[in-house]
Write a protein that binds this ligand. Structure first.
Ligand code: BJW
Length: 313
């Protein structure tokens, strides 16, 4: 069970009470208690090398049907999951604090579904529910597409283990196991014929095409490795930072803080005077490693859905 050191809790709350400018960097651990898998570490989606390879533009060019199977299933899981107590507590803190901004790396749509003020949240890595044209000359983009399955060809066969978000922290691992089983990516290659379930090959013709150029395939509106983060989003974050004479608190919630430029905001907030509060089940994931904590920082170890509501009381 998660226990919070009461001296740390008191010191954090007394600083938070008088803080005007608060920045929160969130990652997959925020949604773990909703039953959605994380990426790295035990039980993460990326323990299988093949899953890492699916999240690239090259994989999409090579086998768009397989990549869409991966994302269609993740959309299905996210739609079946519910926001947890940490999402709701963040929504409430954002409402209370005038100078508040959430930077989320999560693509699962749970923060908006919890009612997060849209002006106070930036989606650094896109959304499972955004689609964009994959043709380099076309700028077509659509948001809030919740069609499940996205196209009939991606229907999840009945034999596939259905994700069952249990609403408990450990369920993230169960969700990963069902994702891997569904897609046959337990081995380190992407041969779906080795899948335990009859996942069918989906040809490009059966996938959604761009209604604007009529030519390109639609792809998930997610930032893959090597791709640039949305420049308008980065500009808005820069504006928040530039307009803050001081940042009081930087919250780092459920993220390995291993992916840039997102992780870089911790150092940027520190330069603006922020004290950093890390909320994570794993002490090894403190940003900057074992010497990453500075005097005045806090580390709260445990499940975000238990800790965050306590911290923001
Ligand atoms: C709990 C919990 C519970 C569990 N409660 N906690 C500078 C230095 C080095 C490298 C680079 C650099 N700048 C750029 C790079 C390259 C690269 C990068 O960062 N690589 C690193 C891996 C080294 N970055 C990029 O490629 C970025 N693009 C870019 O920089 O472009 C430049 C460019 C310029 C001009 C032209 C072109 C390009 C893009 C990065 C996009 C990342 N996208 C992904 C994949 C999405 C695909 C998908 O969803 O399928 O987004 S990566 C993946 O990691 C995903 C996540 O958003 C992201 C972050 O992961 P997150 O959320 O932290 O999850 P985990 O699993 O890592 O951690 C979970 C944490 O929760 C753990 O700590 C657990 O302990 C904890 N936890 N349960 C609390 N219950």
């Amino acid at each position: 069970a998660t226990t919070i050191n009461s001296a740390d809790l008191e010191s954090f709350q007394s600083v938070l009470r008088y803080s005007d400018r608060v920045l929160a960097l969130c990652g997959a651990g925020l949604s773990a208690a909703s039953g959605l898998p994380t990426f790295r570490g035990a039980g993460g989606i990326w323990r299988s090398h093949a899953a890492v390879q699916l999240a690239t533009p090259e994989a999409f060019r090579e086998n768009p049907g397989l990549v869409w199977h991966f994302y269609n299933y993740r959309r299905h899981m996210a739609l079946g999951a519910k926001p947890n107590a940490a999402h709701y507590a963040l929504v409430e803190l954002a409402r209370r604090k005038k100078g508040f901004l959430t930077l989320t790396q999560n693509v699962d749509g749970l923060s908006p579904r919890a009612g997060h003020d849209a002006r106070k949240i930036k989606y650094l890595h896109g959304s499972l529910f955004d689609l964009k044209c994959s043709a380099f000359f076309c700028d077509y983009k659509e948001t809030n597409n919740y069609v499940d399955p996205l196209v009939p060809a991606l229907e999840i066969p009945k034999e596939v283990p259905q994700p069952t978000p249990s609403g408990t922290a450990g369920s993230s691992e169960a969700a990963t196991a069902s994702l891997e089983k569904a897609l046959g990516i337990t081995s380190n290659d992407m041969d779906i014929s080795k899948s335990e379930v009859p996942l069918r090959d989906v040809s490009a013709d059966e996938l959604p095409h761009c209604p604007k150029c009529g030519n390109g395939l639609l792809r998930p509106g997610i930032v893959w490795f090597g791709e640039q983060l949305p420049s308008d989003t980065l500009k808005e974050v820069d504006k928040f930072v530039a307009e803050s004479p001081k940042i009081d608190i930087m919250l780092v919630i459920g993220t390995s803080a291993a992916v840039y430029p997102a992780a870089g905001y911790v150092a940027i907030a520190r330069d603006k005077g922020a004290r950093v509060a890390v909320i994570n089940v794993d002490r090894n994931d403190i940003p900057g490693g074992q010497y990453g904590m500075c005097r005045g920082d806090w580390f709260f170890q445990g499940d975000a859905s238990t800790i965050i509501p306590e911290l923001f009381k």
